[in-house]
Design a protein around this ligand. Structure first.
Ligand SMILES: NC(=O)c1ccc[n+]([C@@H]2O[C@H](COP(=O)([O-])OP(=O)(O)OC[C@H]3O[C@@H](n4cnc5c(N)ncnc54)[C@H](OP(=O)(O)O)[C@@H]3O)[C@@H](O)[C@H]2O)c1
Length: 291
């Protein structure tokens, strides 16, 4: 059996540790140098992975792959540092793991002969041991130089990842879509809980009573699709109820009434995808939501 390809890791935190642990354990990659802000943190990463050597960035040796898994704001500076280190060889692959940034941020490495890409695992890496155990089946948005994506695709597939080709120029919108779906869902639930609390239900009770309804809604979304999963007064074009919600929110916090209307307009468009109401009902609903 041939030796596994080598990899340096610059920025070995939650994502770096998880991926490197899996590649090392499955003997897919020989983890070489690990460079973090501090040597102590790089050593902790090497201990977790079970391989690799903690070293400062200027002591990294040439490797087939370099993964830059620092926070997004440090990627550009790390790429410049890597170019200046003079260790890249023609054909080496360098990639980062950001969801919002494209491989374009690594373009400065191309004159060294490196092929560049980004691979964004669509997963929440809260705790590396847990993330490694549950990595299988994770979609990984991938884009960049064709030679780089061709080399990276089997690396991720061999640890259970499912590469999803992306267009470089659409990465910010792709990542906004992820954030809206995952993060705004949390914000909306907190807003709902605050409204329940304002109505006299303490948060612990609010969470308890929302759980079955929200879980059921999520199931319906993934089984039926969002348009068919939509229920409630806007889907029914119940103008009186929507008007009563807006009045109550206006009395509580006027900006909440504004937000309810803005989201209501999008909700009405979604309802219209599934069914149509009488023109007069549709018009009244539109008016009350635009005000
Ligand atoms: N967390 C997620 O759920 C998730 C999911 C998908 C993609 N991503 C992406 O994955 C990347 C890494 O995220 P993360 O959550 O793993 O970050 P993280 O846990 O904060 O780890 C970042 C690591 O980078 C090191 N670092 C920071 N600046 C550095 C520099 N200038 N030189 C060398 N090392 C440096 C830090 O070192 P120290 O330990 O010494 O401070 C730390 O170990 C980001 O691009 C993020 O957008 C994250």
């Amino acid at each position: 059996m041939s030796n596994p390809a080598s990899m340096n890791i610059i920025g070995c935190g939650r994502v770096g540790k998880t991926l490197a642990y899996l590649w090392h354990r499955h003997r897919i990659i020989h983890v070489q140098g690990i460079s973090n802000c501090s040597i102590a943190s790089a050593q902790t990463a090497a201990d977790f992975i079970g391989g690799g050597t903690a070293c400062p960035p200027d002591k990294l040796q040439p490797a087939d792959f370099t993964m830059i898994a620092t926070g997004d704001s440090a990627i550009a500076a790390c790429a410049t540092q890597l170019a200046n280190a003079g260790i890249l060889r023609p054909g080496d692959t360098v990639f980062h793991c950001s969801g919002a940034l494209s491989s374009e941020i690594l373009a400065g490495l191309k004159p060294c002969g490196a092929r560049v890409a980004s691979v964004h695992p669509i997963k929440s890496f809260a705790e590396p041991a847990f993330a490694a155990a549950s990595f299988s089946g994770t979609f990984c948005g991938i884009e960049g130089d064709p030679e780089a994506t061709a080399r990276l695709t089997p690396l991720f597939e061999n640890i259970g990842g499912s590469p999803l080709p992306l267009r470089s120029e659409t990465k910010p919108l792709y990542h906004a879509g992820m954030s809206i779906s995952a993060n705004y869902l949390v914000t909306l639930l907190q807003w709902g809980l605050d409204a329940l609390e304002q109505a006299g239900l303490p948060p612990v009770t609010g969470l308890k009573i929302l759980e079955p309804m929200v879980r059921n809604t999520i199931d319906n979304i993934f089984t039926l699709g969002p348009a068919k999963a939509l229920t409630g007064p806007i889907a029914r074009r119940d103008v009186a109820t929507v008007s009563c919600h807006i009045d109550a929110l206006q009395r509580w916090q006027p900006e909440f009434a504004k937000l309810y209307r803005a989201l209501g307009q999008e909700t009405l468009k979604l309802a219209q995808r599934h069914d149509s109401a009488l023109p007069a009902q549709e018009q009244s609903m539109k008016e009350i939501l635009t005000d």
